[in-house]
Every structure is written in structure tokens, then in C-alpha cells.
Write a protein that binds this ligand. Structure first.
Ligand code: HEM
Length: 506
């Protein structure tokens, strides 16, 4: 009984919100139908948009093929409507460079994030979804810390190498049996971030660690359906949580409270010396320094918590996907696997672990990693937003417009790459066998928003993959029935679940 009154009041509020949302939707629809006119001089549309939902129905079979077809029919820059939101798609390295490098001053903000949409307000915090002054300071401090870890004795490489050896032991314990190792890969990648960010690694079967991985996956999964709320923010205020935006927000808040803030508190309360080598500690030191000097700073614990969350979210799936694709590629292209193994045996041998000092001499191995990132690239980059009207290729991109790179168009462009639909690591080597990636190979983005984890990710991909091939031969379960190379569709493309065997080379 005690709960009846608040429950009824909540119901009434929900109904009022539903009516309000539907009325606003109706007003918008009428307005759209009566005077549907796009802003002047924007990049061309490849097809007529539908009322309200814009071009979304064209993507019913996935983004990749439709965007490739429109790149061919409409050109290197075109406009689409994601619901009512105008989105400009950049489909060549030339326009991408113009937009994010030359006009990076006005095209480096972020649009409203999913997290913000589910909260119904903007949260200009952390690195990934922030803009302006907050973003600049958070990004520069985070980069400064990551760079300092990669210098000198290279703390990053030491932490990754320690994790790699645990990962190899886990693969060895599979005794060559067919296994889906995607979860193991994610655990290893997330653990690397735990050591770097929090200063602690976990056993792969640790309950707390497994809960974190589970919650992160859930957040991504719910993010797929709550993505509609980024396009139509009012959907998140409808009763029933049809698009999971509130469920996603709860998971998001759980990770923030139980992990990000928890480890900040733990770090603050621990007696530590100044040689501590984790991100949280280094950030808190810098924060204290700026505050003591009386600087007007955005460094605070809320931003730090979001930075920690951002690094996990931005660094786990991207890196895990690249590793999973590489292992799948080794099943499809055993000649490539053999060449990598021969190179590693000649340069490193089989008796000691691969280190970062070996990278400069393992050109073919590096080329195969790059080819994997090119060949299996996800179609769209992270959205940017125009802070002011900006001219690109003679077209106007109005302030507030979302701008996205279609990386797949660039990485599979016939004019840039010979046989783009063939997996061929040699394309990244020059005539002398030296590694020579072209400037249009930009898996980590370009311009002011370029991935701050690029060096870390490259280090990780190299150390993990070279070490795996040095120790194991990667074999399919049934050689005449290889797993598909078609992706599991999401913002980040993953291989569909597949079984693989890790057979010790000796
Ligand atoms: C193979 C692995 C990775 C790939 C392919 C990748 C790629 C990218 C791309 C394309 C962007 C967006 C650039 C743009 O907005 O134009 C980005 C942003 C970002 N990445 Fe990565 N990334 C990887 C790993 C990592 C790791 C390990 C970290 C952890 C430190 C990380 C942290 C971030 C952050 C914080 C941003 C947002 C930067 C900003 O908004 O200023 N990434 N990444």
C-alpha cells in the first residue's frame, strides 16, 4: 500500500510524457511533410530520405554494402539523415584529411552520446564524448601520462609482456582442442588495461573481473538498441524502456561506481610512493599539482572516472576484435601464418620471448597485422560534430551536423589499393621488404581526435600476435570447412563465433 501513491504518480507522469512525446513527434512529422527542406549547399543525398526515419531503412542489410554503393553513385562526400539528424559521410582519404586535419578546428567536437541520450542531458566529461575545453585538457593529460609510461623503461611493454605470458599459458592449457577464444582474448586485453589504468591485474577466473567483463559486454549489447535514443532522444523518456536506454544507463552507472570510482578511492587511500605507475595515480598527482598551483583546471575525480571508463570502452573491443580477426585470418591464409613463423624463428628464435626490440626487424609480421586491420575494418569511424558552418569540397557542413568517416570505403578503394578485396600483407612492404604503410592507411583515425591509445594498441597487437605464432600453430577444426569471414554486425565488427585449435609447435 505504501508504494501505491508514488507508483500511480509515476504512471501518470509516464503517460503525460508519452502523450507529450507523441504530440511532439506528430508536430515534427507535419512540419517535416509540409516543409521538408534540407539546408542549402550541403553535400548531395544518394537517395530520397523517408519522413522521420530518414535514410535508416536503406541500412536494413547493414551499413557496409549500402555505403559502398552510395560512394560509387554519389561521390566521396554525401549526406544522409539518421532520423532527423543530418550526417555527412566522408568516403575518401582526401575529404577525410580536409575535414579532420585541415578543418580540425571546427570538425572535432562530438555529438550527443548514447550515455547522454539515456540520461536526457549532455555530459561533457571524459575524453571520448566530450568537446571543447574539457576534452582538450582531459585528452592532453591522458596522452601525456600514456606517453610517459611508454618512454624509457617502457612500463606499457613490461605490463603487456607479463599479460602475454599468462595468455599463452591459458592457450597451452587448451591442449589443441577446438575452442572459441573470444572471451579469453577479451580478458587478456581488459587485463592489460587494468594493469595500466588501475595498477592491478586479475586472474582470468576472478569473480570481480568476470563481472566487469560481463557488464562491459552488456553495456555494448544494450548500446545497440539504445542507439535509437541517440537519434530520437525522446524515445528514452517513453515508459517501458523499449529501447533499453535506462537499462544501459544502469549498467553504465554500475561500472562507474563499482569500478571507476572504487579504484580512484582505493588509490587515494593507499600509502604509495611516487614511483607508482598506473594511470589513476598519475592523473591524481597531476590534478593535485594543478590545483595547488591555483590553475583553472578541469582535472577532477568525475572526469577521471569517465576517462577510466572511456579507456576500457575504447580499448577493449577494438583491440580484441583485431586480435580475433588476425587469428581467423591465419586459418584462411596458412601461407601467411607460415611466413610470419619463419620470420619470427629467424629473427627471434624459439627460445626467448618476443620483445618490443624485435618489432623493427619483424616487417612481415607487422605487415600482416596492418593488413588485418585494413581488410576487416568496421565501416564507420567515431562521429564528429561541426561546431561552426564549415566548407568542405565546396559544400557547406552546417554547425551541429554529425560528420563520420566511412573507413571501409577508403580501405577497400580500388584506386588506392591493388586488389583491395584480397588479403595480402605484402602490400605494406616496399621493394626492399621494409614496412611502408601509405598515408591513407589510418585505422586509428587522423587529426585532433586521433586515437590516444594508438601506440599502446600497436604494442599490444604486436607482442600478443607475434608471441602466439612463435609458440603455436593456429589450425582450424575442420580444414575443408573454415569459419566464415563475414562479421558479426555492431559498431565494431567482430568475427562471428568460431572454433580454433592452438597446437604447440614443440
Ligand atoms: C586496435 C585497437 C584500436 C583501434 C583500431 C582504435 C581506433 C580508434 C579510432 C578510429 C578512434 C576515433 C578517432 C576519431 O574520432 O576520429 C579512437 C578514439 C579513441 N581511442 Fe582508440 N583504438 C584502439 C585502441 C585503443 C586503446 C587500447 C585505447 C586505450 C587507451 C584507446 C582509447 C581511445 C580513446 C580514449 C579515444 C577517444 C579520443 C578522443 O575522442 O579524443 N583506443 N580509437
Amino acid at each position: 500500500m505504501a508504494h501505491e501513491t508514488p507508483g500511480r504518480a509515476e504512471d501518470q507522469t509516464n503517460h503525460a510524457l508519452t502523450y507529450l512525446a507523441l504530440s511532439l513527434g506528430l508536430v515534427w512529422l507535419v512540419k517535416h511533410l509540409v516543409s521538408s527542406r534540407a539546408p542549402a549547399n550541403i553535400p548531395p543525398f544518394p537517395a530520397k530520405p523517408y519522413p522521420i526515419i530518414g535514410h535508416l531503412p536503406y541500412f536494413k542489410n547493414g551499413l557496409k554494402d549500402q555505403l559502398t554503393a552510395w560512394r560509387k553513385s554519389t561521390g566521396e562526400i554525401f549526406s544522409v539523415y539518421f532520423g532527423p539528424n543530418l550526417v555527412v559521410i566522408l568516403g575518401s582519404h582526401g575529404v577525410l584529411h580536409q575535414a579532420f586535419v585541415k578543418r580540425g578546428d571546427t570538425l572535432s567536437d562530438r555529438p550527443l552520446s548514447v550515455a547522454a541520450a539515456s540520461r536526457g542531458r549532455d555530459i561533457n566529461r571524459g575524453i571520448v564524448f566530450s568537446s571543447g575545453r574539457v576534452w582538450k585538457e582531459q585528452r592532453s593529460v591522458s596522452l601525456q601520462i600514456l606517453r610517459s609510461f611508454g618512454l624509457g623503461q617502457n612500463i606499457l611493454a613490461a605490463k603487456i609482456s607479463e599479460e602475454v605470458s599468462m595468455f599463452l599459458d591459458s592457450l597451452s592449457k587448451l591442449f589443441g582442442e577446438p575452442t572459441d577464444v573470444r572471451m579469453l582474448i577479451k580478458s587478456m586485453v581488459a587485463n592489460n588495461l587494468c594493469s595500466i589504468v588501475v595498477g592491478q591485474r586479475f586472474e582470468y577466473n576472478d569473480e570481480r573481473f568476470l563481472t566487469l567483463l560481463h557488464k562491459m559486454s552488456e553495456m555494448f549489447r544494450l548500446g545497440q538498441s539504445s542507439g535509437m535514443c541517440t537519434i530520437f532522444p525522446w524515445l528514452s523518456r517513453l515508459p517501458g524502456d523499449l529501447f533499453n536506454s535506462r537499462a544501459r544507463f544502469q549498467v553504465y552507472q554500475y561500472i562507474l561506481d563499482q569500478y571507476c570510482y572504487h579504484y580512484i578511492e582505493k588509490t587515494k587511500n593507499e600509502e604509495r610512493d611516487l614511483t607508482q605507475d598506473n594511470f589513476i595515480f598519475a592523473y591524481l598527482q597531476e590534478m593535485k599539482k594543478r590545483q595547488q598551483q591555483g590553475q583553472d583546471t578541469t582535472l577532477d575525480e568525475d572526469n577521471l572516472a569517465l576517462n577510466v571508463m572511456n579507456m576500457f570502452a575504447a580499448g577493449t573491443d577494438t583491440t580484441s576484435a583485431a586480435i580475433s580477426w588476425f587469428m581467423l585470418a591465419m586459418l584462411h591464409y596458412p601461407d601467411v601464418q607460415e611466413k610470419i613463423f619463419v620470420e619470427i624463428s629467424e629473427v627471434v628464435g624459439l627460445d626467448r620471448a618476443v620483445t618490443m626490440h624485435d618489432r623493427a626487424k619483424l616487417n612481415y609480421t607487422q605487415a600482416a597485422i596492418m593488413e588485418t586491420q585494413r581488410f576487416f575494418v568496421s565501416p564507420l569511424g567515431v562521429p564528429h560534430k561541426a561546431s561552426k558552418d564549415t566548407i568542405i569540397n565546396g559544400y557547406t557542413i552546417p554547425a551541429g551536423t554529425t560528420v563520420m568517416a566511412c573507413i571501409h570505403n577508403i580501405f577497400h578503394c580500388q584506386e588506392l589499393w591493388k586488389d583491395p578485396d584480397q588479403y595480402r600483407p605484402e602490400r605494406f612492404l616496399d621493394a626492399d621488404g621494409n614496412i611502408s604503410p601509405p598515408e591513407f592507411f589510418t585505422p586509428f583515425g587522423i587529426g585532433r581526435r586521433v586515437c590516444p591509445g594508438e601506440s599502446l594498441a600497436k604494442m599490444e597487437l604486436f607482442l600478443v600476435l607475434a608471441s602466439v605464432i612463435q609458440r603455436f600453430e593456429l589450425r582450424p577444426t575442420t580444414p575443408d570447412h573454415l569459419p566464415t569471414q563475414k562479421p558479426e554486425i555492431g559498431m565494431i565488427y567482430f568475427p562471428q563465433p568460431y572454433q580454433i585449435r592452438f597446437v604447440e609447435r614443440r
